[in-house]
Design a protein around this ligand. Structure first.
Ligand code: NAD
Length: 242
């Protein structure tokens, strides 16, 4: 492997699949996608929340409780090792951009993580805009710790909402010499478009996934297999080439 200095990594639900956290499932016969048996439109859109807030809050309460029973797998641990061993000097950069709303990258020890779709373990107050660490349920409409209003919702970016920190992601990409996409279907934009941005910038691109993603043709190299096997092997390669 050629030596790289500046890496942007994009992770998706596939990285957490082997920790027992479900990815999205394609609906039968071209029907709507499902997330834990729910239509994505019902539980992951502002319209779904407006229609049935109790359903949405209960759904995220269950997801928030469930992720706290899960543990990082070998893929999260390998990325945390990369983060720990990657030089922290002006010539090297690393950013792990995750679409995942779980906290398994952090629990494995990774530090340079950006949650572009928010976090299950945060609540967002729609009255005062404060974000608070939140591990319990929201269904009983607890007051915001900052302003006291009962206006907390999951701090998760729903379909139709703007992902977080896109400027920082594009800036990191502009300085990168390698873009790696791990365990993501390439179906959710703008994350799915990052590989094309990387290509336009002349950056090397690598996909690690169980199966070819929708944007697979855009990658310079694709490796297929479980993240728990592919990611540790790739991290070994990158660190050996330092
Ligand atoms: P996705 O569910 O659309 O796709 C998952 C991808 O991972 C698929 O391409 C699949 O082939 C691959 N995959 C499955 N198991 C794998 C494994 N063991 N190793 C490697 N790859 C594997 O997920 P996405 O592309 O991240 O987009 C869906 C959206 O769903 C995101 O916005 C995310 O916020 C949300 N989501 C998050 C979580 C989570 O936080 N863990 C879980 C489900 C959905």
């Amino acid at each position: 492997m050629a030596q790289v200095r500046n890496i942007v990594i994009l992770t998706g639900a596939g990285v957490s699949a082997e920790s027992g956290i479900d990815t999205f499932r394609a609906g039968a016969n071209g029907g709507p996608s499902l997330w834990e048996q729910h239509r994505v439109d019902d539980v992951a859109t502002p319209e779904g929340f407006a229609r049935d807030p109790d359903l949405v809050l209960r759904f995220y309460d269950m997801r928030r409780a469930a992720i706290q029973t899960k543990a990082p797998n070998a893929a999260h641990e390998a990325l945390a090792r990369l983060d720990a061993e990657w030089p922290k000097d002006a010539n090297h950069e690393l950013l792990i951009v995750t679409q995942n709303v779980d906290d398994l990258h952090e629990r494995a020890g990774a530090k340079r993580v950006l949650h572009m779709h928010g976090e299950h373990l945060n609540a967002w107050c729609t009255a005062c805009d404060a974000r608070s660490r939140w591990t319990g349920p929201l269904i009983e409409r607890p007051p915001c710790p900052r302003c006291g209003e009962r206006a907390l919702r999951p701090d998760v970016v729903w379909f139709g909402e703007m992902p977080y920190e896109m400027d920082r992601i594009y800036e990191a990409l502009r300085g990168a010499d390698l873009f790696v996409s791990i365990g993501t279907s390439g179906a959710v934009y703008p994350a799915a478009g990052l590989v094309r941005n990387a290509r336009d910038l002349g950056i090397a691109t690598l996909e690690l996934n169980l199966e070819r993603s929708q944007g697979s043709a855009w990658f310079g190299e694709t490796r297929l297999g479980p993240a728990s096997v592919l990611v540790p092997a790739w991290v070994d390669e990158v660190l050996a080439a330092l």
